[in-house]
Design a protein around this ligand. Structure first.
Ligand SMILES: [Zn+2]
Length: 360
């Protein structure tokens, strides 16, 4: 596993595990994920392609393509906290929040309350950053206090970290007549055993939480690292403009890919759930990302609406080490061959180099 040194401005705990999921995205993804998944309980190997129900959906899809998507943004209030000061985080934060407000689409941000502290002391200006999100019309969910890795800390400590992660969130939401309801696993690591998964589900439901899955998995964090490094380049403005342009195109390719994967697995395009992070690159491209997706015929919806799609009732049978898309988790549960997982768009080599990464 790569050390965090090559991207000093990204939090180390974010880098290595995400890198692992990027490594798994290299070909052949299916083989990598399937072979690392020790869980053998799954449906029959026949898949859903022959299911008359999904067949009907495929039929419907030909006439009225269902293109709905949820915008979810992780690591609030700002990815680089607490590694940088509040003052350093604020300009990007303000740009992102302004862009969210301007776009006017539903959005949900997932909070790491550990980022609200400096030297163990709560920073009121950082709590105010969360209020900015609510003021902009977004809602907030729980992403644990310390960006905990379930696979590393184990279920009891993880549950503690979830509760520790709502000490500011709960009163903030309550003041607006809301309460924490959505939970996003850091690194999308959702458990190495069926027992852990069931235990976490039970815990979350006891605390009125639901898991917020991700279907459009991607490596925005690598692009974001390159974008930070580009600021130091001689031709910074030109380089950053190119990064922004190609990043939006990369995200478009990811959305096309997961649309195809959904149709291949389910027979229709499910309401997609998209993950990006609260970083400078997304602050500078948010409006373009939204427009790009809308141009593809997508309509942004809230998580609750998306989760009403029956696909999200499927069991996540994946117990491997990485954090793949839920579409791929279900495909693994159906024992899809390695070829099913191929052809996923990759981060171009020049962006990897700029991010100080040698390979995905
Ligand atoms: Zn995260």
């Amino acid at each position: 596993m790569r050390p965090p040194a090559p991207l000093p401005r990204l939090p180390g705990r974010l880098l290595a595990p995400l890198l692992a999921s990027v490594l798994l995205a290299a070909q052949p993804l299916g083989a990598a994920i399937a072979s690392s998944n020790s869980n053998s309980n799954s449906n029959s190997g026949s898949g859903s392609g022959s299911d008359p129900k999904t067949g009907a959906n495929a039929e419907r899809d030909k006439t009225t393509p269902d293109r709905r998507i949820v915008m979810t943004i992780d690591d609030l209030p700002w990815v680089q906290l607490p590694g940088i000061s509040t003052a350093q985080a604020l300009p990007g934060h303000r740009r992102l929040v302004a862009a969210i407000k301007r776009a006017g689409i539903p959005a949900i941000g997932f909070v790491n309350e550990g980022k609200l502290e400096h030297d163990g002391k709560l920073q009121p200006e950082r709590v105010a950053m969360l209020s900015d999100w609510l003021d902009a019309g977004a809602t907030l969910g729980n992403h644990t206090y310390a960006h905990a890795d379930l696979h590393a800390v184990g279920l009891p400590a993880y549950q503690d970290d979830i509760l520790r992660g709502e000490r500011q969130l709960r009163p903030l939401l309550q003041a607006r007549g809301q309460q924490p309801h959505w939970f996003r696993h850091p690194y999308l690591r959702a458990g190495r055993s069926a027992q852990d998964k069931a235990g976490l589900e039970r815990f979350l439901s006891e605390h009125d939480y639901r898991i917020a899955p991700v279907t459009v998995d991607n490596s925005d964090w690598i692009w974001a690292g390159a974008y930070l490094h580009a600021a130091d380049a001689k031709d910074a403005a030109k380089l950053k403009a190119r990064l922004r342009r190609e990043y939006v195109a990369y995200m478009g390719a990811k959305i096309d890919y997961y649309e195809q994967q959904s149709i291949a697995l389910l027979g229709y395009n499910l309401p997609q759930t998209w993950l990006i992070h609260a970083n400078l690159l997304n602050a500078d491209t948010y409006g373009d990302l939204v427009k790009m997706v809308q141009k593809r015929g997508y309509r942004f919806i809230g998580l609750a609406e998306a989760m009403r799609d029956p696909a999200y009732q499927r069991a996540d049978a994946y117990t491997g080490p990485a954090g793949p898309s839920w579409i791929h988790r279900w495909a693994i549960g159906e024992k899809k061959p390695a070829s099913f997982f191929g052809d996923e768009p990759e981060v171009p080599a020049w962006v990897m180099t700029l991010a100080d990464l040698e390979s995905e």
